[in-house]
Design a protein around this ligand. Structure first.
Ligand SMILES: O=C(O)CCC(=O)C(=O)O
Ligand SMILES: [Fe+2]
Length: 345
């Protein structure tokens, strides 16, 4: 069961002046869901279903382009810059379960599971990111794509700040703690990712080792995930270890906690394990598995920001678990374990 939280008391102009008690109630409900499960469905966040559909349509238009066109904006080899287009099977995400206990850590990047993720992706950041520059298609390959996505990035940053405000109010943070929390969002270092999981025929499913996206957790502050009407995202309840399917919901995104907010809160919020799975062969429809589109927006601090646990979350009963960590160093460390983008041909 995934909680649904309505943030319209933060966004709906018709409710102005906002009723503080409604905001406190919504903030507390969000915090309760993030504390017990690490994820929730969020509605009333300021983006309408029409706007979400528009973003998913642009995503489809991008991936409908011929491969040669998409390869005019190729993701460079390696993990930085994390920008541009990666073709099917270029990225493998693997969870710690894929890494056997006796393996030498330094070799972990070479010991990837043999299964590639059957998806293609396109990574976009801020146009003002001082570290990573966007890699765009030529304008004539998909006119207005660049300006639409640049605008979407800015809108999603604004939504993420509303979510953070709701979290701050729900936690009852004072202004100093709230300011520290705000540092976990950088306008210039979030990541907008467009994803396409192509349709899979039953025959392919029978004969090949393929996956969509194995269980993993994200390493930013939190992730806002928009998915199409087919759904497919599953999130693990930390108490029961069971995966719950996030049913597509009108006007909703799924929020999942990332490692930075887990560390800031000393595990009060847990970084949520999630995956996109394929049905068992026996349960697959004879027509195969339809295509799926999704748009995760990874909310992150600045590259060079050092994330520390806030003292509010440290006590005799809950001693500090984490050393401060620089976000870029953490990203390099985790990406070695979780993601590998193969060298492009
Ligand atoms: O496609 C999805 O629903 C999930 C994507 C995701 O978890 C990721 O890219 O980290
Ligand atoms: Fe993820």
């Amino acid at each position: 069961m995934i909680a649904t939280i309505d943030l319209s008391s933060f966004t709906d102009d018709s409710k102005r002046p906002h009723d503080d008690s409604e905001q406190v109630q919504a903030g507390r409900a969000l915090v309760a869901a993030l504390h017990t499960q690490g994820f929730a469905q969020v509605i009333g966040h300021g983006l309408s279903q029409v706007e979400i559909d528009q973003a998913l349509n642009w995503t489809k238009m991008l991936f409908d382009l011929p491969y040669e066109d998409k390869m005019k904006a190729p993701h460079p080899p390696g993990s930085i810059p994390h920008r541009g287009y990666s073709g099917i099977g270029k990225e493998k995400v693997y969870s710690h379960d894929d890494v056997t206990a006796d393996e030498d850590e330094s070799d972990v990047g070479k010991s990837l599971r043999k299964i590639s993720d059957f998806k293609e992706s396109y990574e976009i950041g801020s146009e003002c990111d001082p570290v990573q520059q966007n890699i765009w298609l030529p304008e004539d390959a998909l006119p207005n794509f660049r300006s639409y996505m640049t605008d979407l990035y800015i809108k999603l940053c604004a939504v993420s700040k509303i979510v953070l405000r709701a979290i701050s109010i729900g936690l009852g943070l004072d202004s100093t703690a709230s300011a520290a929390l705000t540092e976990l969002i950088s306008d210039h270092h979030c990541q907008l990712r467009l994803l396409h999981y192509p349709a899979i025929s039953k025959e392919k499913l029978e004969n090949e080792m393929i996956a969509r996206l194995p269980a993993h957790h994200d390493w930013g502050t939190f992730t806002m995930l928009f998915q199409d009407s087919r759904g497919g995202l599953e999130l693990q309840d930390p108490a029961t270890q069971c995966f719950h399917r996030a049913e597509p919901k009108e006007g909703a995104f799924v929020i999942n906690i990332g490692d930075m907010l887990q560390r800031f809160t000393n595990d009060y919020f847990i970084s949520a394990v999630h995956r996109v799975s394929l049905p068992d062969l026996d349960n697959a429809p004879s027509s195969g598995i339809p295509a799926r589109y999704s748009i995760p927006f990874f909310v992150c601090p600045d590259f060079s920001y050092t994330v520390s646990t806030h003292p509010k979350f440290i006590s005799g009963e809950t001693p500090a678990k984490y050393d401060p960590v620089k976000f870029d160093e953490y990203g390099v460390m985790v990406s070695k374990y979780q993601y590998q983008v193969e060298e492009l041909p």
